[in-house]
Ligand binder design. Structure first.
Ligand code: FES
Ligand code: FES
Length: 166
C-alpha cells in the first residue's frame, strides 16, 4: 500500500496528513482528524450522511479519496459554527425541531448551507431538490424544509467559507 502526504485546509486550519492510497475523505476526517460529525451511513454514496463541503460544493465524502483533496478546502459540520456562534441553519433546525436521532443532521446542515450560500432565498422546491441526496428516516422532512426557510431569513455571522484561491 502506498502512502501520500497531502496538504489540506479543514475547517480553516491548514493540515498535512499522511494517508494510504485507498483512504476515503470520510475515513480521513473521522480517523485521522477526530471529526466524527461526518457520519458513515452507507459508504456507497446513497445516504448523504457523510456530506461535507469540498471547495464550497457539497460532496459525499465516502466517494472521494483523501489524496484527491490535496490542496483543497474542506468544511465539515464542526466548521459551521464560529466564535461559539452557531450557523443560522444550525439554530433554525433546532428551533424547528428538525432533528430526531440526528444521524442525518450533519449532512443535512452541510447541504443546506451550500444551498443558502448559492441561493439565499430558496423556494420549497429548491430546498427539496438540494436535499434530495440526504436521506432522513425519522423526521419526514417537513421540519427540515421549515428550518432551511427559517435560516434563509437569518443573518449569518460566521466567517465566509474559504475557497482554495483565497
Ligand atoms: S456514507 Fe456517504 S453517502 Fe452514505
Ligand atoms: S433525524 Fe434520524 S435519520 Fe434524520
Amino acid at each position: 500500500m502506498a502512502f501520500h502526504k497531502i496538504t489540506i485546509t479543514i475547517n480553516d486550519e491548514l493540515e498535512q496528513v499522511v494517508v494510504p492510497s485507498n483512504m476515503t475523505l470520510m475515513r480521513m476526517l473521522r480517523e485521522t482528524q477526530a471529526l466524527t460529525g461526518t457520519k458513515n451511513g452507507c459508504s456507497a454514496g446513497e445516504c448523504g450522511a457523510c456530506t461535507v463541503l469540498m471547495n464550497g460544493e457539497p460532496v459525499n465524502s465516502c466517494m472521494i479519496l483523501a489524496v484527491e483533496c490535496d490542496g483543497g478546502v474542506i468544511t465539515t459540520v464542526e466548521g459551521l459554527a464560529h466564535d461559539r456562534q452557531l450557523d443560522p441553519i444550525q439554530e433554525a433546525i433546532i428551533e424547528a425541531g428538525g432533528v430526531q436521532c440526528g444521524f442525518c443532521t450533519p449532512g443535512i446542515l452541510i447541504s443546506s448551507r451550500a444551498l443558502l450560500n448559492r441561493n439565499p432565498n430558496p423556494s420549497d422546491e429548491d430546498i427539496r431538490e438540494a436535499l434530495v441526496g440526504n436521506l432522513c428516516r425519522c423526521t419526514g422532512y417537513m421540519r427540515i424544509v421549515e428550518a432551511v426557510k427559517k435560516a434563509a431569513g437569518m443573518k449569518i455571522v460566521a466567517a465566509p467559507i474559504p475557497m482554495p484561491s483565497d
